[in-house]
Design a protein around this ligand. Structure first.
Ligand SMILES: *[C@@H]1O[C@H](CO)[C@@H](O)[C@H](O)[C@H]1NC(C)=O
Ligand SMILES: *[C@@H]1O[C@H](CO)[C@@H](O)[C@H](O)[C@H]1NC(C)=O
Ligand SMILES: *[C@@H]1O[C@H](CO)[C@@H](O)[C@H](O)[C@H]1NC(C)=O
Ligand SMILES: *[C@@H]1O[C@H](CO)[C@@H](O)[C@H](O)[C@H]1NC(C)=O
Ligand SMILES: *[C@@H]1O[C@H](CO)[C@@H](O)[C@H](O)[C@H]1NC(C)=O
Ligand SMILES: *[C@@H]1O[C@H](CO)[C@@H](O)[C@H](O)[C@H]1NC(C)=O
Ligand SMILES: *[C@@H]1O[C@H](CO)[C@@H](O)[C@H](O)[C@H]1NC(C)=O
Ligand SMILES: *[C@@H]1O[C@H](CO)[C@@H](O)[C@H](O)[C@H]1NC(C)=O
Ligand SMILES: *[C@@H]1O[C@H](CO)[C@@H](O)[C@H](O)[C@H]1NC(C)=O
Length: 758
């Protein structure tokens, strides 16, 4: 009996030396004696990833690929992207005689039939091909399972996707490089597309997104915490960790996710966008948590050398202080790509440095770098070297360290509301003399002392607020208005025609298509610790607001509408519709929303200092607001309001401006929030009437409170009340002197000598 089985075994093995893997048993491994047919697959041990064959939408093309098993249509790797199989009959994958993985289009091993092969050179012991749970396909010796000894791995040949624990970058010792390249058509045609995401190691390394050879976007150099051009990147989070390392042996970029059940990947999409996509299981969808280019200012050539891009500016391009547009004509037509030139030539020894705060550092491919030098020494060295045009810290961690010095033009600088870095720019001394010190900032040129506050001062401040904060805007608005609307529409048309080709790549297109991200209810439960009472920030008529933290590390505020309030639903819709279309540094940013059965939630950026009233009317916290801060807050509110009323695409009346609706971020920058009652006006509409007067008594203008008439002026009235509150530190409604019950407004108007401050 035993002999029979032995003979039978011999017969089997000699008859079919190569067996196909059985489709009934799921396996993660292909041995040298097996082949993988086009209707077969390998699955990773946890069944996260599958290796198999996918059809292209184009004719009968077939590709060897890796995809998520339980997520449809998400391919993460393709082997033969530019050389598809054309005929599935007899096509197969196997470990060839020389130890390479080979993809053949026929049963014969002839080189003519080779479609794709791994290029490893060591043919040694018995080999196996194995698919791991992280999506890596490796070729290894049977008895070796040490990542540093793999003979070949798919992670070394990325296509358009960077998975957790995969890396891109350079290995100088082996002279190899890895980068991402888009598909020709995402989801349809995996052949090599035009867009790539590749590290440039010159100077201070950074990553460039290119369309063929043209740079579209750059990440900015790594500053120890994040890329200088990605302020959203969070460092101190337990779930996603970004890792960028660079030394004499190479440069690497990778990321890891603490929780293996969370799928997240970085993709270069065939439309030229870099996207971080995260899978939301309960909604069965990929969400774009981050993408670039995100706005016009992410576009590499937007403002040219010495131009400073500010998304809230109009136009977005400004020149760095001490510089003027090189091509005045194009600049006026909103093409800033020629950049700016110096007003005054440098003189070397007497030159001074302008400190620019919160910027994305200029391109660093040809800079001098010393990673240990301090900023002071760096400045001295730059000052001594006449060809040095600017300097900055390399790292922002621990108060800043390292020295990067630019020789030549400063390219692609942009401004961030917060999260950017300090950059010092060399200027002729006379350019800086009027602002006093060498550290004069380009942003901080409106300074005012507020002394002797009386009612008249309040009025002056109201005016000053508008004038000082928006001098430039008002001037340019005024000019435009004088020219009349005909001229204006002609200018617009000109811009459209002349620069339509440029718009294509500027990222603006994407802004228009941007839909408000939908958050999954479970994500929010996770983020807020199931609406833990301790995370509650506040409560209003509509529901409650909770503090939370997304797995990406970003802090959020979640407004949860009470499930019963019918009125709340209207306001929810209103707010979503409205605020999703608005973007301004003085408006609170809506990150997304969530609708799940009876739950309606709005997700906002988290404001560290909560609402203005919580500081202004609080005895203990009040001293946090000195005059300078109060003035800056007033200016910020004006900017936000001006944007709502004049500069945004819609004309918006907020209708509920009050101290509790002004939120303050970590740096006490004010942001207007709560658009539940806001109304959109037509461009030429100046007034409207409502039967339902909403808002807060004490802030409402008389004609609105009594007749329901509202216009931009109602907001200005509320703003006036707010200014009085900010100056006096007293609340208008519910403010009583010990022996009378007048409110703040009446007090100001009847007692106009002076009011008690603070
Ligand atoms: C896979 O294809 C081969 C021929 O190409 C065929 O013999 C076999 O039956 C197929 N298996 C399945 C499960 O379809
Ligand atoms: C695979 O599954 C095992 C057991 O279910 C689990 O411990 C492990 O973390 C999983 N690994 C991955 C990468 O998902
Ligand atoms: C595929 O190849 C087989 C022989 O290997 C041939 O008989 C068949 O016609 C081919 N099919 C196509 C669509 O080319
Ligand atoms: C296999 O591919 C080679 C090269 O692309 C081609 O010349 C050959 O005809 C193909 N064989 C089959 C059977 O399709
Ligand atoms: C493998 O090496 C050969 C010769 O060096 C080259 O022509 C081929 O493109 C390489 N294939 C891959 C997949 O790298
Ligand atoms: C970053 O990667 C380097 C090498 O690639 C590794 O030595 C280091 O431990 C990693 N750091 C973190 C925080 O993962
Ligand atoms: C980059 O990563 C590889 C392994 O993935 C490692 O061997 C190499 O040391 C890393 N290089 C740097 C500069 O961290
Ligand atoms: C970098 O700066 C430090 C401190 O000034 C100095 O000791 C070191 O020699 C410098 N390194 C290089 C490569 O210039
Ligand atoms: C200025 O610095 C650059 C870059 O380090 C260097 O090439 C050049 O020689 C320096 N010039 C002087 C005058 O020191």
């Amino acid at each position: 009996m035993q002999g029979f089985f032995f003979l039978f075994f011999l017969f089997i093995t000699s008859f079919s030396f190569l067996t196909t893997i059985s489709t009934s048993t799921i396996t993660d491994t292909l041995t040298s004696s097996q082949i993988l047919l086009t209707n077969q697959t390998l699955e990773s041990p946890n069944q996260t990833f599958v290796l198999g064959f996918i059809p292209g939408t184009n004719s009968n093309n077939i590709y060897l690929a890796i995809w998520y098993k339980n997520i449809e249509d998400t391919v993460v790797w393709v082997a033969n992207r530019d050389n598809p199989l054309q005929n599935s009959t007899n096509s197969h994958l196997k470990i060839g005689d020389n130890g390479n993985i080979v993809l053949l289009n026929s049963s014969s091993d002839s080189d003519n039939n080779l479609i794709w092969s791994s290029n490893q050179t060591k043919a040694t012991n018995p080999l196996v091909l194995q698919l791991f749970d992280n999506g890596n396909l490796v070729l290894r010796e049977t008895n070796v399972n040490d990542p540093t000894k793999y003979l070949w791995q798919s992670f070394d040949y990325p296509t358009d996707t960077l998975l957790p624990s995969m890396n891109i970058g350079w290995n100088f010792d082996k002279n190899t490089e890895k980068h991402l390249t888009s598909w020709k058509n995402t989801g349809e045609d995996p052949s090599t597309g035009h867009y790539s995401f590749k590290i440039d190691y010159h100077g201070l390394p950074e990553i460039f997104l290119r369309n063929d050879d043209n740079i579209i976007y750059r990440s900015g150099p790594w500053n120890g915490e994040r890329f200088s051009g990605v302020p959203e990147m969070q460092h101190d989070t337990d779930s996603i960790v970004f890792n960028f390392s660079s030394n004499q042996h190479g440069v690497n970029y990778s990321f890891t996710i603490g929780n293996p059940s969370i799928f997240s990947r970085l993709v270069v999409d065939s439309g030229g966008q870099l996207q971080r996509r995260t899978w939301i299981q309960s909604m069965k969808t990929w969400t774009n948590f981050w993408y670039a280019p995100k706005d016009q200012c992410d576009s590499y050539r937007e403002c040219g050398p010495y131009g400073l891009c500010d998304t809230n500016g109009s136009p977005v391009c400004q020149c760095v202080k001490g510089f003027s547009p090189k091509n005045e004509q194009a600049w006026k037509l909103r093409d800033g790509s020629d950049g700016c030139v110096r007003n005054k030539n440098l003189e070397c020894e007497s030159d001074k440095f302008l400190r620019m705060e919160n910027v994305k550092l200029p391109e660093t491919s040809s800079v001098f770098v010393n990673k240990t030098m301090g900023i002071k020494e760096c400045g001295d060295m730059c000052h001594r070297n006449c060809s040095c045009t600017g300097y900055a810290n390399v790292y922002v961690t621990n108060g800043g360290s390292g020295c990067v010095m630019w020789i030549g033009e400063l390219n692609d600088i942009r401004d961030y509301p917060d999260g950017g870095q300090d950059l010092f720019v060399r200027l002729a001394a006379s350019e800086l003399d009027n602002s006093g010190s060498t550290g004069g900032s380009h942003k901080k040129n409106h300074k005012a002392e507020i002394i002797g506050i009386t009612i008249s001062a309040a009025v002056i401040i109201l005016g000053l607020g508008f004038l000082l904060c928006n001098r430039r805007k008002l001037l340019s608005n005024g000019k435009k208005d004088n020219r009349g609307s005909l001229q204006r529409s002609r200018d617009l048309l000109m811009n459209e025609v002349v620069f339509s080709s440029k718009r294509e790549t500027s990222g603006e297109r994407n802004m228009d298509e941007l839909d408000l991200p939908m958050f999954d209810f479970n994500t929010i439960i996770l983020a807020t610790n199931n609406f833990l009472e301790a995370n509650k920030l506040g409560q209003g008529g509509f529901g409650s607001v909770y503090r939370g933290r997304l797995i990406e590390g970003q802090e959020i505020a979640v407004k949860r509408l009470s499930q019963t309030s019918e009125q709340g639903v209207e306001e929810f819709k209103n707010e979503v519709k409205l605020i999703a279309k608005l973007q301004h540094r003085n408006l609170v940013r809506l990150l997304g929303c969530c609708v799940d059965r009876d739950e309606k939630l709005l997700v906002y950026e988290y404001m560290e200092n909560r609402s203005l009233d919580s500081i202004l009317f609080d005895k203990a916290r009040k001293p946090l607001l000195d005059w300078k801060k109060r003035f800056d807050i007033i200016c910020g509110i004006v900017r936000g309001l001006l944007y709502l009323h004049h500069d945004s695409r819609l004309r918006i009346i907020h209708r509920d401006l009050k101290a509790s609706n002004i939120l303050l971020d970590g740096k006490m920058n004010p942001k207007i929030s709560d658009f539940g009652m806001a109304r959109i006006f037509g461009r030429d509409q100046t007034e409207a009437n409502t039967l339902r007067v909403v808002g807060t008594y004490g802030y409402m203008s008389p004609e609105y409170a009594m007749d329901g008439n509202f216009s931009v002026k109602s907001d200005v009235f509320s703003f006036g009340v707010l200014v009085l509150e900010i100056i006096s530190g007293k609340k208008n409604r519910g403010f009583y002197y010990a022996d009378d019950d007048m409110n703040l407004l009446r007090n100001v108007s009847e007692n106009n000598s002076s009011i008690k401050l603070l």
